[in-house]
Design a protein around this ligand. Structure first.
Ligand code: GDP
Ligand code: ZN
Length: 459
């Protein structure tokens, strides 16, 4: 029974329903102990209703119980699910009851790790389970869901198979250089390897977008005092304000919150002034704002259209001119006083398109909507990958792709220089091995530990 483990699979706290999951060869026996009304012969995938018993045989809670027989389960082993009311106490008692019946507590990520070890998922799919659980908006969720489906893993397998075919041909040419076996020419190797290299390149490129999908598109709001930055920030976050605010690397004294636009997670920062000043305290705030601007994927500059533009507006524009900038001319409801020639001047300093200038009033829901739409259009142009290919969101995958590509490129160069085939073969083989890390085929114990340590209990 040592291989049978149990854990609460649903979030801790009060919920309508909570699930305890048990996996391993002892699952059925545990069900017989924990489930009061357990029949002698349990039908797999049949839903049973009855009561849960604690370790001393007292009724804990009502429960629904399902037995799933290996190998067609998530982990690939026998699985039993106990669905009770989502009270911490009753779920804990059920786990303890399972333990006294012979299970042990699962390690974090152990259900998914077992699924990987039993060949139910490749490593990239297992990692997608974490991404799926942690997704903060629709697009990252759909990317994780594709990855869980195995689309990235399948592409890696396809690339590896093509490289393997080349390696096999190379081996023939190396082993039988003079014999009458069909010799594939060096140029054909080069052509095929370049084709695979292009696929690696496009996966690596997709990771730029993957980072944005994962961490959010960082938007910095700039503009002088009183133009409406805070109003815009609140409006953008509005009812879509994400529950998650623990964004790594952020201090609470610059206002930074996350939300989503068009399904993409966004992180919005309201910067303090960035005017040149002699005041030391002010200087610190300015430095921070400058860093925020530097890190931003998109800058939204707000100006007050109901007054003449000021020297400070142009000064701020100069500071952000090297970034991707959109311009919001605010307070339209008060009438436009700012001269069009000044707005044109601002536009030419920051170098944005006419479509990236929004005349609006961020005090109104409609005005916020206009800004949102403009941001979404801007993102769609510049950031969002839409060719339908796989998107690499995971740093570990990107790192392996970069290393695999580097050795592959080197292998191709050696072939082009007509170095001995044996020498190029080593590089090409390395590339094949490194790609295997992504799907877990060649992943070391250390890699596996790192991946599964990111899971929480019960997953
Ligand atoms: P910030 O200093 O740039 O953050 O500007 P705030 O968002 O704090 O706004 C400054 C003042 O302008 C507040 O009194 C807002 O209510 C007002 N305000 C902001 N946007 C608009 C707008 O579109 N129209 C009008 N009439 N007032 C606005
Ligand atoms: Zn403000």
């Amino acid at each position: 029974m040592a291989d049978t483990f149990a854990a609460i699979a649903t979030p801790l706290g009060e919920g309508g329903v909570g699930i305890v999951r048990v996996s391993g060869p002892g699952s059925l026996n545990i069900m017989k102990v924990v489930f009061k009304e357990c029949p002698d012969k349990v039908e797999p995938r049949h839903v049973y209703y009855g009561h849960a018993l604690d370790a001393s045989g007292n009724v804990i809670d009502e429960m629904i119980c399902i037995y799933m027989r290996a190998p067609h389960t998530f982990t690939g082993e026998d699985v039993v699910e106990f669905q009770a009311h989502g009270s911490n106490v009753s779920l804990r008692l059920i786990v303890m009851s399972a333990i006294s019946a012979g299970a042990r507590i699962a390690d974090p990520g152990e259900f998914t790790k077992l699924a990987f070890l039993n060949g139910k998922l490749d490593l990239s799919q297992a990692e997608a389970v974490i991404d799926l659980i942690k997704a903060r908006s629709e697009k990252p969720l759909s990317i994780a869901s594709d990855q869980l489906n195995g689309s990235l893993g399948q592409e890696i397998v396809a690339i590896r198979n093509n490289i393997k075919d080349v390696l096999a041909q190379m081996a023939v040419n190396i082993d039988f250089p003079d014999e009458d076996i069909e010799q594939v020419s060096c140029d054909e190797f080069i052509t095929e390897l370049k084709r695979q290299n292009d696929r690696l390149q496009s996966l690596i490129k997709s990771s730029e977008f993957g980072k944005i999908a994962r961490e959010g598109i960082k938007i910095a709001l700039v503009g002088r005092t009183n133009v409406g930055k805070s109003s815009l920030l609140n409006g953008l976050l509005g009812e879509n304000r994400a529950i998650v605010t623990d964004i790594p690397g952020t201090t609470r004294d610059t206002i930074e919150e996350s939300s989503s636009i068009g399904g993409y997670p966004i992180v919005v920062v309201d910067t303090a002034g960035i005017r040149d000043t002699d005041d030391v305290i002010e200087q610190i705030g300015i430095e921070r704002s400058k860093n925020e601007i530097e890190e931003a994927d998109l800058v939204v500059m707000v100006a007050d259209g109901s007054t003449e533009l000021a020297a400070e507006d142009f000064e701020i524009a100069e500071h952000v001119a090297n970034k991707k900038v959109m311009l919001v001319i605010n307070k339209e409801d008060l009438g436009m006083t700012a001269a069009q020639s000044d707005i044109d001047k601002l536009k030419s300093i920051i170098g944005c398109d006419t479509g990236d200038i929004v005349y609006t009033s961020v005090k109104t829901v409609k005005g916020i909507g206009k800004v949102r739409d403009a941001i979404e259009r801007n993102l769609a142009r510049g950031f969002i990958k839409s060719d339908g290919g796989n998107i690499v969101t995971n740093e570990r995958h990107k790192d392996a792709l970069v290393r695999a590509k580097a050795v592959l490129v080197h292998g191709i160069e050696l072939l082009e220089m007509r170095e001995p085939l044996e020498v190029a073969e080593i590089e090409v083989h390395d590339s094949f091995q490194i790609l295997g890390e992504i799907i877990g085929e060649t992943a070391s114990e250390e890699i596996l530990d790192t991946v599964f340590s990111k899971f929480c209990l019960g997953k």
